[in-house]
Write a protein that binds this ligand. Structure first.
Ligand code: COA
Length: 299
């Protein structure tokens, strides 16, 4: 068993190829090339004669815990988020996954660090077999129409990560951002945020003279606000028209990728059970919900 870190580049290409073989849609390469592999990420791997057979990635994070949707009093706790849990397909069902995760669990218990992860639905039984507990997740959303025509508002500026000044702006706003609300959240993390943004399907808007950033995705009449960094306006309704393309159809529903602060939406905000998210926790009890662990902090 070895630990692959930012300091062991001789293993990086083999790790990236292993992950791509098991999860064809996941590519660590752009993230690594952008210098985003920090000392807070390592990969425990089972290897045989220089070949990787199984991996489990660990990101050291700071959990932010509250009780209820608008808990201003929050507790911080160090934890490890697992990702890239992948056994080479020809070795499935032979106990390698259990052996590797058992090593991860023992190490985390020794260091008193809780473990958490987001599982794909097919692997949920694997984590249950290893005594991980499910955390019920929700999707915060509100039905309201954002008209697109007749608005004289300028669109918020779109940021581009290939521009250094835009990356610096994201880093600066993020470092001053508080954690989101809800039961289980975490301190913002630039490395994970940029991993998601490098995939290119989201739009990064800057407004309020660069003091607020919103990351959105459009799906027909739905606008998903995946993340919000920096200052919030007193009333979000004044800003939303600036986040949508005036040439598109109206938005009728907004979903948040996190629990938004109280009062920015109003009474229409509801928390719908999210049965598609398989959120697992081990080594601590979840506080009271609602739980919508920020989408762009998931690995
Ligand atoms: C899920 C995965 C990591 C499991 O590793 P593995 O080496 O095949 O699993 P093991 O042989 O060590 O099995 C350990 C236990 O988990 C159970 N288990 C394994 N895979 C399971 C699954 N998909 N669903 C339900 N239970 C599962 C086994 O029955 C076994 O139970 P037991 O020890 O009580 O008899 C592996 O199959 C894999 O890489 N799958 C593809 C990628 C993936 O889905 N990764 C998880 C991402 S969240």
């Amino acid at each position: 068993m070895i630990s692959i870190t930012s300091q062991t580049p001789e293993w990086h290409d083999r790790f990236f190829a292993h992950v791509r073989m098991v999860f064809p849609e996941v590519d660590f390469m752009p993230w690594s090339r952008a210098g985003l592999w920090t000392e807070r990420y390592d990969v425990l791997a089972l290897v045989d004669r220089g070949e990787i057979l199984a991996t489990a990635g660990r990101t050291r994070m700071v959990l932010s815990l509250g009780e209820g949707p608008d808990s201003t009093l929050r507790t911080l706790r160090e934890a490890l988020q697992l990702g890239a849990v992948a056994v080479r397909p020809d070795f499935h069902g032979k106990g390698l996954g259990r052996a590797l995760l058992q090593a991860v669990i023992t190490d985390a218990e020794t260091r008193d660090l809780p473990l958490f992860l987001f599982s794909n639905p097919d692997a949920a039984g694997f984590y249950e077999a290893l005594d991980f507990r499910r955390v019920p997740s929700c999707r915060p959303m509100v039905d309201l129409e954002i008209p697109v025509s007749g608005t004289a508002l300028r669109q918020a500026a779109h940021l581009r990560l290939d521009r250094q000044k835009d990356r610096q702006l994201v880093a600066a706003v993020l470092s001053a951002s508080p954690s989101h609300q809800g039961g289980l959240s975490a301190r913002p993390d630039l490395s994970i945020l940029l991993f998601h943004l490098l995939d290119g399907s989201m739009t990064l808007h800057s407004f309020n003279a660069g003091r607020s950033l919103a990351i959105t995705e459009r799906k027909g009449q739905l606008l998903v606000i995946r993340d919000w960094l920096g200052e919030w306006p007193g009333n979000i309704l004044s800003v939303l028209p600036r986040l949508i393309d005036p040439a598109s159809t109206p938005v009728r529903r907004i979903e948040f990728g996190f629990v938004p602060p109280p009062n920015v939406i109003g009474p229409g905000l509801r928390y719908q059970a999210d049965r598609k998210t398989h959120f697992f926790l081990r080594g601590m009890d979840a506080p009271q919900g609602p739980h919508c662990f920020p989408h762009l902090l998931r690995t």
